[in-house]
Every structure is written in C-alpha cells, then in structure tokens.
Design a protein around this ligand. Sequence first.
Ligand SMILES: CC(C)(COP(=O)(O)OP(=O)(O)OC[C@H]1O[C@@H](n2cnc3c(N)ncnc32)[C@H](O)[C@@H]1OP(=O)(O)O)[C@@H](O)C(=O)NCCC(=O)NCCS
Length: 230
Amino acid sequence: MAKIKQWFKKHKTFRSKIASIYQWFNIFWAKNILSDEVEIIGNPVFRVPTIFKGKGKFIFGGNNNFGGDTSPDFYQPNYLEARNPNTTIEFAKHIFVNNNLTIIAEGEGDEGGVFIDDDTMFGFNVTIMDSNFHDIDPNKRWLLPNSKEGGVRVKSAKVVIGKNCWIGSNSMILKGVHLGENSIVGAGSVVTKSFPKNVIVAGNPAKIIATLDKYLKEQNQDEKMDSCIR
Ligand SMILES: CC(C)(COP(=O)(O)OP(=O)(O)OC[C@H]1O[C@@H](n2cnc3c(N)ncnc32)[C@H](O)[C@@H]1OP(=O)(O)O)[C@@H](O)C(=O)NCCC(=O)NCCS
C-alpha cells in the first residue's frame, strides 16, 4: 500500500488526469442522472457538477463560469431549482460562481425567481431563496401546496442581484432582496432586506457597514484625468 501511495505521490500528472476524469464523471452524473429534464438556455461552463431541478427555466446570458479547483467543495454539486413552470433563474453575462451554489426558487413570473446581472462574482457556498417555502402559522406549516390536505403556496418575491456585485462565501440571500450595482455582501451574511448600489453589507441580519464612495471618487478622478489627456 505504501508503495502505491508513493507511486501516486510521484506521478502528479497522472493524478490530475484521474481527478479530471472523476470530475467529468461527477458533472455527467449530476446533469444526466440526478437532474430533472429542465429547459436550459445558453451554454455556461461548468467545471463542477450541477443538479438542475424543477419545471422552470434556466437562462445563461453568456460567458458564465462555475467552479474553482483551488476552493473548497470543488467536487460538491451546485443545486439549482426552478420549482414551477413559470419560475425562472437567470444569469446575465460574465458571471463567475465559485463552488457549492444553491438557488431554490418557486415564485412564477414577477412574483419570484432569481435574476443575477452582468459581471457579478460569487464566493463559495452561497444560498439564494425566493420564498420561505413553509407557512409561518404553526397550524399550516406542514401543509405543502401539493399535500393531500391542500396547503397554499406561501408568498414568494423575486431576488435581483445588480451588476458587478460580489457575494461573499457562506452567505445567504433571502426572498425579495434587491442588491444595487457594485455592492458587496460580506462572508457569512444573511441578507434579508434590499440595499442600494455601492455599499458593503455584512452580518446577520446584514446591515450596511461601509460605502464604496472613495473608490467611486477615485474612478471619477481617473475619468476626469483621461478626458484632460485626450
Ligand atoms: C466584506 C469585506 C469585503 C470587507 O472587507 P474590508 O473592507 O477589508 O473590511 P474590514 O476587514 O476592514 O472590516 C471592516 C468592518 O466590517 C466588519 N466586517 C467585515 N466583514 C464582515 C463580515 N463578513 N461580517 C460581519 N462584519 C464584517 C469588521 O469586523 C470591521 O468592523 P469594525 O469597523 O467594527 O472593526 C470582507 O470582510 C469579506 O467578507 N470578504 C468576503 C471574502 C469572500 O467571501 N471571498 C470569496 C472567496 S471565493
């Protein structure tokens, strides 16, 4: 056994080939065996396995990359669920998602779903949900919409993440949250309310801890300098 271990230690290229084959198999298994037959528009690059669930639609606007091999959970699947026929989960253009993203949405049309705008970046282990999924009322909590007793679907609200946001690792974004352009969610935050553009929010529940004004001033200065040079 020790000899085999040593051999593997020595042959790095061989090991990385085996790891790639294993990951290829993981990706294939998640997409073709564990996923539902969902509608996917666009061609994101998945370097990590991803499970697609539900009856809804997934839209990828282009240049979307999922997975980082130098981060935790590289071999764990993302879980993306658009639960109902008119539920949409949409990624616009040029978005990078690290590993282990979970999105669960059940609201239909404007009443739910998730939209992520261009240039946004995700750390690892982020969760987004557009609903509580269970009633707050203790007498109704177990009554799911398609249960025999006939529960009613609880209210959902669309989640919108603006352009060029950065969502820190281990954070959770809940129903109805809108985040403005450039804003940052600190690691480990639980975002329960909407926030404007150009702020850093963090904590549980997330609150504004800083603004990005100084960077924007610098950017404006640079733009002024540029126009002088021209
Ligand atoms: C939000 C963040 C970007 C702010 O970075 P920063 O500007 O360097 O902030 P600082 O470390 O100077 O902290 C500023 C204040 O915010 C607080 N703070 C920072 N991050 C926080 C967080 N995630 N949750 C709660 N409070 C936080 C600090 O305690 C500090 O408080 P104080 O002023 O009372 O001392 C950073 O802390 C963070 O969470 N980064 C995300 C990292 C990540 O997930 N990367 C993805 C890897 S793939």
